[in-house]
Write a protein that binds this ligand. Sequence first.
Ligand code: AHR
Length: 532
Amino acid sequence: MKHATSIVFWAAMAFNSVRSAETPAAVEERKPHASITIATDAPTVKYSPMIFGGFLEHFDHQVYGGIYDPGSPLADTNGFRRDVIAALKELRVPVVRWPGGCFVSGYHWELGVGIRQPTDDMVWGVIEPNTFGTDEYVKLCRVLGWEPYICNNAGNGTIPEMKHWVEYCNATNGKYADLRKANGYAEPRDVPIWSIGNENYWPTEIGHKPIEQWAPFVAEAAKAMKAADPGIKLTAAAQATRQWALPLLKEAGPYLDYISIHGYWFPFWEKNGTPDYLTCIMKAEEPEKSLTNFIGILDESGYRGKIKIAYDEWNMRSWHHPGFPRMTVQKYSDPEVQRLIKARDLNEIASQYTMADALFSASFFNACLRHADDVGMANIAPIINTRGPLFVSSNGIVKRTHFHAMAMYANELQPRVGKVDFTADNLTQGAHSVPVADVVATVNESGTQWAIALVNRHPSQPLACTVRFQKQPLDGTYSAVVLAGDSPEAFNDIEHPNRVVPEKKQFTVKQGALELPPHSLTILNVPAPGVK
Ligand code: AHR
């Protein structure tokens, strides 16, 4: 059942107006406007809560010094940081992909179970302690209520090795079930979701394979992993292009439940950048364009409706790791290697994560909600540290702006997405423009209660909205949660952890007139027409 969201733009009203001779000295910016109609009689779609998923890689301080820090006074008996656990529970993340990412293409899972020895992580140029492995990951999933989702090593891993990992986790008997039992886990760990590989299309990925080799490899690996446990859900790494995805689906489509794509919209891998709010916001429509494009490819393959999209790495900003990933063991004493690894600290600069990250993330979620028929999962990359919503230091945590946006979506929305038609002025920066507003409407199963997510992207102007249910303008006082901050560049850090926090508000709407604060996300709770 499709629902269409039509966004028809009015003539672009450039808010960075060019002054002309007759223009008054101070150009008074007209308050931007959006007209929003919620089609309460249209079909609604139940979306997968797994679009609010996460990703945890053995990279920098995501695992070690992030969630897992046995030596910390803040850690529990499992070595998990109690404060991090408490914060992550607020996000109600339903699934977390692990252990990579590029890391996994050089990872041999057996080194991370039973007796552990440190090994070389040749991808990221550091030593892998192996103290956090499959069993610790599954334990963490149980503590946090995450569906375990393991990305398998299709880099320098072999198909038998990939199959044995599934057996170790899910088999009731056999050599690898016996190994699990010997490690103290009598019962299967029940890992339901598995990926075949990570970005094996990149030449920089260990075990890179051209599509002619990748497609048959995925088919064979899928058969082997399904033989180990026919009940698992499988996905495979795919470049979001016809050249890659069509041959992959042709050959391996019968064995896949998802197909994985990734998206980062600022390429900061080699050179970190700190674009201003407006520059960031000009990217806010890109995720939907990428989804629409890939849905077209899925349609062309004939697998649309059978295979769902797993957007299992996404973030507005790519991670910063100059000079890496690599494919060989590094000389750890090499000052250049040490300099490059130290450069990763730039990911942790708090002031980078402004209202742009919150509102971009809101629009990413809106895109997934609008395409709920086709999107089965999405995983913010990562969930902890690096570019993630939760920053973890040795003595505390900081909920970045996009943490709060994620928490609002996870906790305030209703479980079904409805049809919204809206028109909005444009917000313009140079040659770029995006609608000043973004809107998605969700409703409960009985159709009696709506939760409408409204984004005002304007950096300084309130957004004047006219909101209707069908032709009926909204009238009444409604509760809402608003995330705005005191500036578009506002951020949270250790010294000011609560500069940007969600606030509960009441909105009185007369004849449909609703005004949203600048640079804000609002989730408005509205009873369906006729419901008190
Ligand atoms: O920058 C981190 C990397 O981004 C992940 O390890 C990989 O999957 C993606 O290319």
